[in-house]
Each structure stands twice: as C-alpha cells, then as structure tokens.
Write a protein that binds this ligand. Structure first.
Ligand code: F0G
Length: 466
C-alpha cells in the first residue's frame, strides 16, 4: 500500500467530523451520511513556504509525475506516493489572456483570462480529478471502477482505467443527451457502457447503489480523492498570474465538484499561509438545471457553519418530484438537478464570498461562439462561465477592471452537433437537430458559404466575407 498515513478522510459536517483512514473506500460519512473531505496533518508535511517554490518541478519534467500538472503540486495533495500516481501528463493547461472575449464580457483590456481545461488528455477538466481517483483506486487494489456521467467523467474514467493495468471501467449514462464526442471516447477506450432508462440524476443514484452492493470503486465527485486532483486547476491559475490571486473565478456548475474543489484549494492555501487573500467565486448554472441558483440565490440557502438547512433542500427536491421536473439544457454536461456536492459547494461559496447565477441556453451558445472566435473554443457547458461573467459584469457585480478567470471545462470537439447546428444559421435545422425551441441560432453564426467550383465565384465570396 502506497498511501500516506498523514492523509485521512473527514466528514465535512463540523458537528460530526468523524475521521477515516485513507485506505477506506467511502463516498460518504458512515456515521452521518454527509460528504467526506481529504485532510492532512499539515504540521507533519513539508509544504513550500512560497508558491513560487513549485517552479522547481519544471526542471524535472522528464519524471512523469513532475510533468503532470496535477502531481507537480503533490505536496498539497500528498495522499499517495508520487511514483505510484496514475498519470498520462494531465494538466498541461495554460492560463490565457483573452481580450476579444473580454470585450464581449465587458471587461477592460488585460482583465479577462481563460483557463482552457479542454486541453487535457481526454479533453476535459475531469482528468485532473481522475488521475487522483485512479491513483487511490490502484493503491487500494481496486480492479473495477464505475461512474455515472453526462459524458466527460466517463471518457476520463475509461481512459485512465485503460492505462492503469488490470482495471476495468463501467459507465452509467442516462438515455437522454450525451454528446457524441464523449460517447465515442468511452466506447473506444473499452468501457462497459450501460445506457439506463432515466436521466443523469437517475444514473447517479443507481451507480451509487451498484458500487456499494457489488464492491466497485466509484469515481464520481462524491469520491473525495478525486476532488483533491481538481484543486490543482486553481494552482495553475495562480501560476499563470505569477502567483497573484485574481479577483474572480467563474465556473460552470453541474454536479458542483469543481466549485467545491476550488473552494477547498483556496481555504487550504490561505490556512497554510501561501496566499493572503481569497478570490471571489461565481458558480453558473444553466437555466434548465438551476438547483443551486434557486436554493442559494432565491431561497437563501447558505453553508451556515455546516449547519445548512437540509429541510429546504429536501423540500425543493420533493417539489421537483411532484412536478416531474427534469433538468433540460443544451449544455448537456451540466444537465443535473440534484448536484451531489451541493453541501461542499455551499461551503466554497462561504469561503470565497461567492455568488450564483443562471444563464439561458441562448446566452451559453452566444458566449460559446465568442470563445471560439476568440481563438479558444469550448463545449456548450464551459461557455456558461463566460456567459455568467458577462451577466455579472452587466449587473455591476464584477467590475470592468477586476481580474476575472473563466474556466473552460471541456474541448470544443466534444459536442460538434451543437456547434454545427448553431453555425448553420438555419433555424429549422437547428431546432430539428437539437430538439430545442426558443433558442435562435443567428447571433454569431458563421455559416458555410455555398459556392460553385469556379474561381470567380470563390474570389467574390472571399472579397465579400474576409
Ligand atoms: N463542464 C463540463 C464540460 C462538464 O463535463 C461538467 C460535468 C461540468 C462543467 C460541471 O462540473 O460537476 O464539477 O460542477 N460533467 C459531469 C460528467 C457531470 O459526468 O461528465 P461540476
């Protein structure tokens, strides 16, 4: 066993605070049922005294775990021995200043950055967490790992289980929307793919039961080891800013793993004295999957020192059931009504003086086209961050001069159907292809121009459009 005895699991409820060893496979507190954190005996660890000390790892990039954008920050997630890490070079992502997208958002020049996590090996931010979860799974000798997914977690699991010798992956997808790019990955990487009757929320509930009863390792973000890896997205953001703290981090909210991990990262960095200020966090829902926004912004749900109003959450879910309300958005990755990390996200909002907003599918697709035209590209759910930043700028919550980092969570090629349909500028085709109404393709559509195979016609088109 290569687990570090200075790491342990702890229930996030301060009233319970039960602890468990790092070798235990748990997806919730066995005493009270709350979510679990990974914590460390920080005084027994060697942590850098300044963040810039991490730069030393760059000179050792020939070592696979030092090359990894996750494991080169290992001293802040030291639950496994570095040499045991299951890595394929995840986290080679770069913070990019994006003035063109910044203009769209309403930020002053030089104040908007994009962190494009679509550049990961499986094309989404999930690889940051999957390398951590699969490293833990390997360390405890798991042979089978499973997840429910709207597509990206499954692609990432299938990839990492494939590279970790002797591990098989089982994925649960709802029978509704899964982008083809993501499905093709799971199939090609050799995962057993179970398409169950129901949506993501149904698949999530079922996979937890199946893993529990059949002893299969669960890698959804209720797995606290996975979220340790996702903390490093924030470390790379700080690195990109010369170790300075931005004013805002803006992130799409689905199952709320990212926002939870980001909040934990900043809380820890602050606690161990590596940063002196915590950025504000904005979590952006799609209007068709707006549980967090409804609960946190409309009904006043807060972390409240860990004593959050569970009754309020239960009542809201009962209302969803009574009205048979299902999540529905073109941003299929975040089409989730029962986010499993809700409690941790409330804590992150508390730590980061956070805000929550929702954006429409129209705002998401228009923002996505601007991210594409700006030279980056992303899948629909990712663009919720940019659309959310624009909204918060318009409201004056984010200032024009504040330093804003939007997280682009997934690669443009994950969901080509939505992209092509949007740019077709043919409203009927758009609605038919995607089965949506009420979203107009037109705003920033860049449709293909039909020309004959004729020099003059082609020259005329070039003159007209470029
Ligand atoms: N963006 C993308 C591209 C995603 O795939 C997801 C989640 C999110 C944002 C939301 O992140 O859950 O941390 O709030 N996708 C999961 C999946 C649910 O199954 O791939 P979150």
């Amino acid at each position: 066993m290569s687990l570090d005895d200075r790491a342990f699991q702890r229930c996030i409820s301060p009233a319970c605070a039960a602890t468990f060893g790092p070798e235990e496979v748990l997806t919730g507190c066995s005493r009270c049922g709350e979510l679990l954190d990974i914590d460390y005996e920080w005084d027994r660890l060697e942590v850098p005294t300044r963040l810039s000390e991490f730069e030393r790892a760059w000179s050792e990039r020939r070592i696979p775990w030092q090359f990894s954008g996750v494991w080169r920050f290992r001293s802040l997630l030291p639950f496994v021995r570095a040499e045991q890490a299951a890595t394929i070079g995840e986290g080679q992502t770069l913070l990019q200043q994006a003035d063109r997208v910044g203009r769209f958002v309403g930020s002053n020049p030089g104040r908007l950055w994009l962190q494009y996590e679509g550049m990961n090996p499986s094309g989404s931010f999930k690889d940051n967490g999957m390398t951590a979860a699969i490293s833990h799974a390997k360390a405890i000798g798991a042979k089978r790992a499973a997840c429910a997914s709207t597509g990206n977690t499954s692609a990432s699991l299938a990839l990492y289980a494939g590279m970790a010798a002797g591990m098989r992956s089982i994925i649960f997808i709802g029978s509704g929307k899964i982008a083809y790019g993501k499905l093709s990955q799971a199939l090609d990487y050799g995962a057993l793919t179970l398409q169950i009757a129901g949506d993501f929320d149904d698949a999530m509930a079922r996979v937890q039961e199946v893993c529990h009863r059949l002893g299969i390792y669960l890698v959804n973000s209720v797995n606290p080891f996975r979220l340790e890896g996702q903390k490093t997205v924030m470390l790379r953001v700080l690195e990109g800013l010369g170790w300075e703290v931005p004013d805002w981090i803006v992130v799409p909210g689905g199952n709320l793993g990212n926002s939870s991990a980001f909040g934990k990262a900043f809380a820890e960095l602050h606690r161990i004295g590596l940063i002196d200020r915590i950025p504000r966090l904005a979590v952006i829902n799609a209007s068709g999957a707006r549980t967090l926004n409804e609960l946190a912004s409309e009904r006043g749900l807060t972390w409240n020192g860990g004593n959050y109003d569970r009754g309020l959450v239960d009542r809201y879910y009962a209302e969803l059931d009574a009205s048979r309300s299902k999540a529905s958005t073109i941003a299929s990755a975040i089409e989730i009504n029962r986010p499993v990390n809700l409690a941790k996200c409330l804590r992150a909002l508390d730590v980061c003086d956070g805000v929550v907003r929702e954006v429409t599918d129209q705002e998401i697709l228009d923002a996505k086209a601007q991210v594409g035209a700006g030279g980056y590209g992303c899948e629909p759910a990712s663009a919720a961050s940019v659309a959310g930043a624009k909204r918060l700028r318009a409201e004056g919550v984010i200032g024009a001069d504040e330093r804003v980092v939007c997280i682009l969570t997934g690669h443009l090629l994950k969901d080509p159907d939505v992209t092509v349909a949007y740019h077709s500028a043919d409203q009927k085709r758009f609605e038919e292809t995607l089965g949506v109404r009420g979203v107009r393709t037109a705003s920033y559509a860049n449709h293909a121009v039909a020309v004959g195979n004729d020099f003059d016609e082609i020259a005329r088109a070039i003159q007209l459009y470029v």
